[in-house]
Design a protein around this ligand. Structure first.
Ligand code: CA
Length: 237
């Protein structure tokens, strides 16, 4: 069966009827192909048989913990997972992301926010598939440009001087722009898997980057703090 390239398919795993039908309708209206399930076990089964382009997953399911669903999915697939959760606990969100979820959205949320997150995740997974194309197009948003090819960062067409760590940090965020990256993920990517859990070094470097690229570091335009979770860089054009 060939997949219609214009129609993205979405698997929705959510046990609350109201939320399920709200999301189902919102996605149908956008011409997504949606399949919904109210349980973790059935959701896993459908994920394997349908291979959807994206999975929306509620963490609080009746038959199994959503965290377990993420773990099981990640054992065989990289399909983007967006966690939909009533839990406002930052630890839970960070854990879901570290477990392999791509993003999260907290209930209650509006259709506009949901659709934006879905588009971002779909774009990321397409980019991942295109990774083989050697040339990565520069990150550009407002007055900031990052050229990955020649390692040049410019703000208002002027070169910004970054340390090696600052550059690695900024490009990691830019390559994942629009997506929240957890402290743990960033620490491991930049300082390696054996670094301690102290985020101080990350915060210091981030403060330095902000001083260099943000007009007002207290109200950033490019790199946002997700309190208790990590950082999210503004999605590039
Ligand atoms: Ca639930």
């Amino acid at each position: 069966m060939t997949k219609d390239s214009f129609t993205n398919s979405i698997l929705l795993i959510e046990d609350e009827e109201n939320i399920r039908s709200f999301i189902f309708t919102a996605l149908k209206n956008q011409s997504y192909k949606v399949t919904a399930s109210a349980s973790g076990a059935e959701g896993l089964h459908l994920a394997a048989s349908l291979c959807p382009d994206i999975i929306l997953l509620d963490l609080g399911l009746p038959d199994m913990d959503g965290m377990e669903v993420i773990k099981k999915l990640r054992s065989w697939t990289a399909i983007p997972i967006i966690v939909i959760s009533a839990r406002t606990n930052e630890h839970e969100k960070a854990r879901a992301l570290d477990q392999g979820a791509d993003d999260y959205i907290t209930k209650p949320f509006g259709t506009v926010e949901l659709l934006a997150r879905i588009r971002t995740s779909l774009r990321h997974s397409r980019q991942m598939q295109d990774m083989s194309s050697i040339h990565q197009k520069p990150y550009h948003y407002k007055n900031l440009t990052i050229n990955f090819e020649n390692h040049v960062v410019t703000l208002n067409n002027e070169i910004i001087h970054l340390t090696q760590i600052e550059y690695k940090l900024l490009t990691l965020l830019a390559r994942n722009s629009g997506k929240v990256l957890t402290y743990t993920f960033i620490m491991e990517k930049i300082w390696g898997p054996y670094t301690d859990n102290n985020n101080q070094i990350l915060r210091v470097n981030m403060a330095n980057i902000r001083r260099k690229i943000e007009k007002n570091p207290a109200t950033p335009e490019y790199v946002f703090t997700e309190i208790g979770i990590g950082y999210r860089m503004a999605e590039g054009d």
